[in-house]
Design a protein around this ligand. Structure first.
Ligand SMILES: Cc1cc2nc3c(=O)[nH]c(=O)nc-3n(C[C@H](O)[C@H](O)[C@H](O)COP(=O)(O)OP(=O)(O)OC[C@H]3O[C@@H](n4cnc5c(N)ncnc54)[C@H](O)[C@@H]3O)c2cc1C
Length: 497
């Protein structure tokens, strides 16, 4: 690796190389795993990450002596190769956690996803009967007259029937996204919504009497009984250990490096480098650094990536990229003066100020002091609103709902840390597929770059799937350099996260 200028260094003080055989943009699970794959393929890799600490959405946030996840992040073992790699890298720092999630629905707690037995036991029998009849009616209806759903509402009704849609999904989906299911794409249901296992049981029963499910498919392998993987520091360990492994192989993970520009060669239709800056330097005062490269795996938000191409991207493509919006999230990490607050890893709520509360101590997180616990309170929001800002009214509403739910009293909340990201969830609004298609075709025109991962692929992978996408993108760009680049997206996800 050549070093451009020893004055250019990242937060660690080490000089940043001027050329990368393989350049990775973004240091979340996808980018880190792509870098690992490229390093293992013998490439001298440089990874540029804009934050001080790598890990992306899955990074650990240290506040005082405790770690707070941006939404409790536990690894699924669904991808054997990714899992074995991470298991090896994490060594003794990995802890195993049986899944134990609950959902509060109609005043009662149910295992999540809903189990058929629980539903029968817990639900009002009239409502249950209505839901089953509704499901039956819609199974028949779409068997006789199959129809492509035009939006998320139609897709949900096809999947679950109208009564269950009204009872369970309509209001929750609206509150979660800030707009009604009629304004969300049907693709949202097939790639984001976890399947209710209770509904599977009913559908299997219907199949036995000849009513086969020919409607849309929800996410195939939703959360089920399984062992998850975590650490005593929460999500913090996995990215840290991945970085150590990448650097052990002689590659570089450069933090505080925000990619601002993409440099292309119009004669060869290749990306030849990027420009980046330290985002801690406000305004135009900070130096712009250049880095040349042979090939790129980009995992930063695809809209930002296309904007960074500047005039090399046609205005229509830049407009399409700007239309790909993401839903911000605000996560309040609370240190609470009681040893334990909930009887699960997390509880989903449908009609509270927050939509999920996790207690990572129940997954093995070490909390200081030990007789306290940490609660992770998750909310979707808008940039600049009360939740995002952590305004007193938002703090108050969170405390009131926690108290009303019996999780803790206001007095027991010792510290509140507001964590946030503008890029929580891609918004699959009506027509987003067209915009994404325009962006994909533009990027496909460059042979040596692949845009992938949650932000780069504008999709909903979990960590293991994001890492798989990183590995696949690395392999694809290695194989295809000199031929055609590919835009990697997974065809399904595994849970509602
Ligand atoms: C609330 C919540 C809870 C979740 N819980 C789980 C869970 O329990 N288990 C699970 O498997 N998955 C979970 N997920 C999903 C998981 O977070 C994602 O799968 C994973 O983080 C995706 O990784 P990624 O690298 O594709 O994207 P990201 O993690 O978003 O990483 C993108 C990276 O790019 C960097 N970046 C952005 N712009 C630039 C730029 N201009 N220059 C340089 N760098 C830049 C960002 O700082 C970031 O580090 C959860 C997600 C959310 C929102």
């Amino acid at each position: 690796m050549t070093e451009a200028d020893s004055a250019v260094s990242d937060g660690t003080g080490s000089p940043v190389p001027a050329h990368a055989e393989a350049l990775v943009l973004g240091g979340g699970p996808c980018g880190l795993y792509a870098a690992l794959t490229l390093a293992r393929a013998g490439k001298k890799v440089v990874l540029l990450e804009k934050e001080e600490v790598p890990g992306g959405l899955a990074r650990g946030h240290r506040r005082g002596n405790n770690y707070y996840d941006l939404g409790v992040h536990m690894l699924h073992a669904f991808d054997p190769e990714v899992f074995e790699t991470i298991k090896g890298i994490m060594g003794d720092e990995r802890v195993e956690v049986p899944l134990n999630a609950l959902i509060k629905w109609a005043g009662s707690f149910y295992r999540y996803p809903l189990q058929f037995g629980d539903m029968v036991k817990g639900m009002n029998k009239v409502v249950l009967l209505k839901c089953c009849l509704g499901l039956l009616a819609y199974q028949f209806r779409f068997k006789v007259r199959p129809r492509e759903p035009q939006n998320a509402e139609e897709a949900l009704i096809q999947l679950y029937g109208r009564p269950l849609y009204r009872f369970f999904f309509r209001e929750f989906t609206h509150r979660y996204w800030g707009f009604p299911p009629t304004q969300l794409s049907a693709t949202f249901i097939t790639t984001k919504m976890p399947r209710l296992s209770a509904v599977d049981v009913i559908k299997k029963a219907l199949a036995k009497i000849g009513v086969k499910d020919r409607t849309v498919r929800a996410v195939e392998s939703a959360l089920s009984e399984e062992i998850l993987h975590y650490s005593r520091n929460g999500a913090e360990a996995m990215p840290r250990l991945l970085v150590a492994e990448i650097e052990r192989m002689g590659c570089r993970v450069v933090t505080n490096a925000e990619v601002r520009g993409v440099v292309t060669d119009p004669d060869t239709n290749r990306v030849t480098g990027v420009t980046w800056r330290d985002p801690r330097v406000e305004g135009d005062g900070g130096a712009v650094h250049r880095l040349t490269c042979d090939l790129v795996v980009a995992t930063i938000p695809v809209g930002q990536l296309v904007t960074a191409f500047d005039d090399a991207a046609p205005a229509t493509v830049r407009e399409a990229a700007a239309s790909l919006r993401t839903k911000p999230i605000a996560i309040y990490g609370l240190l609470v003066n009681k040893p334990r607050a909930i009887d699960a890893l997390y509880i989903y709520y449908r009609n509270k100020y927050f939509h999920r509360v996790g207690e990572p101590k129940n997954a093995g997180l070490i909390v200081d002091p030990p007789d306290h616990t940490v609660l992770i309170v998750e909310m979707t929001c808008e940039i600049g609103d009360a939740k995002w800002n952590g305004d007193p009214e938002a703090m108050d509403a969170v405390a009131a709902d926690l108290e009303a739910e019996g999780l803790c009293t206001r007095d027991q909340i010792v510290e509140t840390h507001v964590l946030r990201t503008p890029h929580g969830y891609p918004i699959f609004d009506l027509g987003f597929e067209k915009h994404l298609g325009a962006v994909q075709s533009f990027l496909d025109g460059f042979a040596n770059i692949v845009s992938t991962g949650r932000q780069g692929g504008f999709c909903y992978p979990n960590m293991h799937k994001a890492m798989r996408m990183g590995a696949d993108a690395a392999t694809a760009v290695l194989e295809r350099t000199g031929t055609e680049a590919r835009f990697a997206r997974p065809d399904r996800v595994d849970s509602m996260t």
